[in-house]
Design a protein around this ligand. Structure first.
Ligand code: 26W
Length: 837
């Protein structure tokens, strides 16, 4: 027992709130590193595993984030500021360590500290697993967005799911994609903090009962449900050297205690365990589909789980600050829905406000419609989410009732606007009638929000004129465009230190937070000496990529770092037209075989990307790339003139290497199909020149960099539409000798001599007059444009100038610009500078 004189009347919590500040000098990192490495992890100088060094270093750096994190959250609270929430089923974060060092401004200090300890920082960095909690563009965009929000000091929190298994890892066996589970949490995750104290209960199943309350108002009760707990795991999101640390909160599904115990007491142990596993399955795995919706019940569970947990969290926070008065809720809160995936948040907010907090329908609707904003990311009809009414009634009975309620009132509004137009009602309805009634999530998202945006100018325009035409007529004021971007921290400063330091040497470092400054590089495009340095950096990056590829993959590769690096990395999809790329490669091969190689420009074509496991054609495309690669790369006639490589397991950390090494960026989707693209921006920023169609953000890239520095080809969206109905690929083939020979090589099984018929479906798909992607229609224009690429590449100075100009004009494509637009048009948040103590 302590003697009385040490016991004060109140425990002293200020001892916790005023911690001494952690040092940021080399010595401080060395000391803390040793502390963690030896005392916490129990390793010593005989342990040579870079993994544990990474753990120790990460903990030392995480410590530095904690105080800033706390101060940031306190600032938001003190200022009672309006806040934003980014709701997304995907956050494709990639690696954290090197980004944390960059944003804390300690990269050089820490690199030196580790060096002094005999550790190569690069080795530590490269053994960190990617957090692959996303499929592609949409998930990576969410990650870039939260980096920009923190860098702009905006009070925005990300809400998502903590999948136990992220995007599958891809390996290639006999040319085919093989998926393996990505158990990324197996060795723990030092960047996350579990916060059991903020768990919420999520309902599934059961039924709805109603009764009259003490005031005679009808109230609804969702009863008999099987509940699952949502437990949050928080990751700090540091802004760029500004003291701000925001939060990414990811929910994990955990079985509720009582439902285990009840079953257990009933004596059925096995069933109790099965029920627990079923509950915890909700956040087990990321669905690896990036464009086709498949209506699986578990996916709906995930969506509702995210929406309900996040909204309950925000409401609980609100109540802790302001009590149960929601009259100012909409002034202080705003939700951005990343596609329709979290749009079930709309009826869920209605439910929570009405059933739990006693608001009327009209009060709840007013709040919902003033706080929800929706971003659309795709025009592909097969990607538009629909859920069967039956499934929703069974799984989320109260939510389904509310959706019917929303639709009834919405239909009344439409009928007022267009009296007597039954067809409009049918087209606009949130409920699709037919053999099976379905809920159209996009319609729900538009009806329930105050803002609807597309992700590039063309995309927004097509939404307004096509997919959402009637909605646009009804509510033109809701629609707006927000052209995507990428964070220049990760995608230039972080991944390309050599180029970044050359840029900084010339124009200072303000470009890192104001990317339009890159424009100041333009004059240097005419400086011979600068061009040489630029070219040397690109060359070194190409060599590094060759080594990386050799290291990771096949050793016998013979390819030429002098060659034109021609790169297409993205999900494998017919609309992205990797096939068009392959047709061109086969055409080059055919030219070599025919001896048509005068003034030849050696080229290395790299294609990378994952196919959704159920997308058979996409998997065939991978197989074709590998087979063609096999034949070409082994042919002594070809030698160094042409190499085709498939890059396995394409992911965020791979792109950080690839984008630095690219000469040519392939953005060759069928016009009108790629909503925006963001890989195009990363490549441009790092000095690659685009060969592309007038699609998505390519249009804006070309606008920025000028026609002379962009290789344009292909039909426009309007021409594509006009062609449909009388598209005749066979006639095109007939008239084009080059194309004829390419198709002949394919049909003669030149690339599948011992695998007869395996590519028949691919070949038929492009020869079909109903081919939605019109690959054959763009072949000639693509090949001719690739010729122009070669002419340009032959003139090294000319090419380097174009490369510099691409980087110099990439300023628009920073997510800082994108987020500033979201903020001034939609969120209306006030930046919150964080004062360092
Ligand atoms: C329901 C299954 C599903 C899952 C994901 C359908 C659709 C998706 C995403 C919308 C796919 C996606 O990532 N879309 C991409 O979003 C990027 C960010 O806005 C754009 O740059 C890409 O053009 C778009 O394809």
């Amino acid at each position: 027992m302590p003697t009385k004189k040490f016991v004060t009347s109140k425990p002293n919590s200020s001892l916790i709130s005023h911690l001494p500040e952690q040092g940021m000098e080399k010595k401080d990192f060395v000391d803390d590193f040793k502390q963690y490495y030896v005392h916490l992890l129990g390793r010593d100088e005989h342990t040579s595993s870079p993994f544990y060094a990474g753990e120790a270093l990460s903990m030392a750096i995480r410590d530095r984030l904690m105080e800033r994190w706390k101060t940031t959250q306190q600032t938001y609270k003190d200022n009672e500021c309006r806040r934003g929430y980014y709701l997304s089923m995907e956050f494709l974060m990639g690696r954290t360590l090197s980004n944390a060092m960059l944003n804390l401004g300690i990269t050089d200090t820490v690199t030196q500290a580790m060096y002094d300890l005999g550790i190569e920082i690069e080795e530590i960095i490269s053994c960190e697993q990617d957090a692959g909690l996303g499929n592609g563009g949409l998930g990576r965009l969410a990650a870039c967005f939260i980096d920009s929000c923190a860098s702009l000091q905006l009070p925005v929190m990300g809400y998502g799911l903590r999948y136990e298994y992220g995007m599958f890892t891809q390996s290639i066996v006999d040319g085919e994609q093989v998926e393996k589970p990505d158990h990324w949490l197996r060795h723990g995750n030092v960047w996350e903090i579990e916060r059991l104290e903020y768990s919420h209960r999520i309902k599934f199943g059961g039924h709805v009962e109603d009764h009259l309350d003490e005031n005679g108002k009808q109230r609804f009760c969702w009863v008999g449900s099987n509940d699952v707990l949502a437990t949050p795991y928080d990751t700090p999101i540091p802004g760029y050297q500004n003291g701000t640390v925001n939060t990414l909160r990811l929910w994990k599904a955990v079985a509720t205690e009582e439902f285990n115990l009840d079953e257990f007491h009933a004596g059925d142990y096995a069933e109790a365990v099965a029920a627990k596993i079923a509950a915890e399955n909700i956040t087990m795995v990321l669905y690896p589909n990036d464009s086709s919706e498949n209506g699986k019940e578990l996916r709906l569970r995930q969506q509702y789980f995210l929406a309900s947990a996040s909204l309950q969290d925000v409401l609980a926070h609100w109540i802790s600050l302001y009590g149960r008065d929601f009259s100012h809720f909409a002034e202080k809160n705003c939700f951005q829905l990343n596609d329709t995936h979290p749009s079930i948040a709309i009826p869920e907010l209605m439910r929570l406000l009405m059933d739990i907090h006693g608001l009327s329908w009209n009060e709840a609707w007013k709040i919902t419609r003033a706080t929800m904003a929706y971003t659309n990311h795709t025009l592909l009809p097969e990607a538009l989410e629909k859920w069967s009414v039956k499934l929703m009634q069974r799984l989320l009975p109260r939510i389904m009732d509310i959706i019917f309620g929303i639709n009834a009132r919405f239909m009344a509004e439409v009928a007022m606007h267009w009296p007597g137009e039954g067809e409009r009602l049918r087209c606009l309805s949130i409920i699709e009638e037919g053999d099976v009634q379905q809920v159209r999530m996009a319609h729900l998202a538009i009806a329930g929000s105050f803002s609807v945006n597309g992700v590039a100018q063309l995309h927004t325009q097509l939404l307004q004129q096509g997919l959402f035409r009637d909605f646009y007529e009804l509510w033109p004021h809701k629609f707006n465009n927000k052209t995507n971007g990428v964070t220049p921290r990760r995608w230039l400063a972080g991944c390309n230190p050599a180029l970044a330091s050359l840029i900084t040497e010339m124009i200072g470092n303000s470009w890192i937070t104001d990317l339009t400054q890159l424009k100041k590089l333009e004059p240097y495009a005419n400086d011979v000496n600068f061009r040489k340095r630029w070219r040397d950096i690109k060359q070194a990056a190409k060599e590094r990529l060759v080594d990386y590829k050799k290291d990771k993959h096949e050793g016998e590769l013979h390819f030429n770092a002098e060659a034109l690096f021609d790169i297409q990395v993205k999900r494998i999809h017919e609309y992205k037209r990797q096939l068009l790329n392959v047709l061109h490669v086969i055409h080059l091969y055919d030219r070599i075989k025919r001896g048509d190689t005068k003034n030849w420009v050696p080229r290395c074509v790299l294609i990378g990307g994952k196919a959704a496991p159920g997308y058979i054609i996409a998997k065939k495309i991978i197989k074709l790339i590998n087979n063609v690669s096999h034949v070409i790369n082994a042919d002594p006639d070809v030698g160094d003139k042409l190499t085709l490589l498939f890059f396995p397991d394409y992911r965020v950390s791979a792109m950080e290497k690839i984008c630095t090494a690219a000469d040519l960026s392939e953005q060759i989707s069928t016009a009108g199909k790629e909503a925006s693209g963001t890989g195009n921006m990363k490549l441009m920023m790092n000095g690659a020149i685009t060969i592309g169609t007038l699609d998505g953000a390519n249009i804006e890239i070309r606008e920025e960099v000028g026609d002379d520095n962009f290789f344009l080809f292909g039909l426009t969206e309007e021409q594509i539409v006009a062609r449909r109905g009388h598209y005749d690929p066979l006639a095109i083939i007939e008239m084009d000798d080059d194309l004829q020979r390419v198709i002949h090589l394919l049909e003669a099984a030149h690339f599948n001599q011992f695998e007869p018929g395996i590519f028949d479906d691919l070949i038929n798909s492009i020869k079909c007059p109903h081919d939605p992607w019109m690959t054959i229609a763009d072949f000639r224009s693509y090949v001719d444009t690739q010729k122009r690429v070669e002419d340009a590449y032959r003139d090294k100075d000319h090419w380097t100038r174009m490369s510099i100009l691409n980087c110099a004009n990439s300023g628009k494509f920073s997510t800082d610009r994108t987020i500033n637009e979201y903020n001034s048009d939609i969120w209306k948040l006030t930046p919150q500078p964080v004062k360092r103590k």
